[in-house]
Design a protein around this ligand. Sequence first.
Ligand SMILES: CC(C)(COP(=O)(O)OP(=O)(O)OC[C@H]1O[C@@H](n2cnc3c(N)ncnc32)[C@H](O)[C@@H]1OP(=O)(O)O)[C@@H](O)C(=O)NCCC(=O)NCCS
Length: 183
Amino acid sequence: MLDPGDVNVAPRLVHKLKLSDEELTLHHRWEHDPKIHHLHTILGEGESLKKVEAEELRRAWRAPEPPVERYFIEVVDRPVGTASIHVDPPWMMGTRKPTGWLGICIGEEDARGKGIGRRVMELLHQRCLELSCTRTELGVFEFNDRAQHLYSSMGYRQIGTIPHFTWYDGRWWSDIRLQLTLD
Ligand SMILES: CC(C)(COP(=O)(O)OP(=O)(O)OC[C@H]1O[C@@H](n2cnc3c(N)ncnc32)[C@H](O)[C@@H]1OP(=O)(O)O)[C@@H](O)C(=O)NCCC(=O)NCCS
């Protein structure tokens, strides 16, 4: 458990090719946490929860296409969330290749709001450069103020929006596409 005042915690990214049963249980819990579910899952009209079976998650973690690295975010050896880099996935908006498409989710509530997200993004950028990706792109839902604040403070700029992308709080919201050049 992290104290509310813990602000100097250094996260690390642990690359995983498959998940243990224990890790799968954690990931499954994070995926369905109602406090953050709508922030990372695309929902259809009237939908508030998209259930994913644990085995489906396990399979997704193993899938190598498009080229992807998936990580557990660990803080003092405790897993607190997940992150990923897809290289040139078909859903990216930009055309410059190679691009690292980033995903991040801090699943443990006590690990949010402590600057961990910013440090994880820096680690993802470093890893993108190692993978020769000098450009990153990501998508963030229009109502996700915290994530948008984080990305824009790191230099991300909007390159487009996809309207009617996800359903939340009784209406449709857009996906905002952001990019950052790393070189
Ligand atoms: C979004 C996320 C990665 C941010 O990581 P974090 O470690 O929790 O980040 P922080 O709480 O330190 O916040 C980052 C910034 O947003 C600000 N912020 C926090 N809550 C905010 C809010 N409701 N509105 C606007 N800004 C907010 C913080 O003040 C901080 O800015 P600062 O560094 O200038 O002070 C993390 O909260 C998370 O995984 N959330 C759930 C899933 C998710 O939204 N994933 C991203 C999908 S695109």
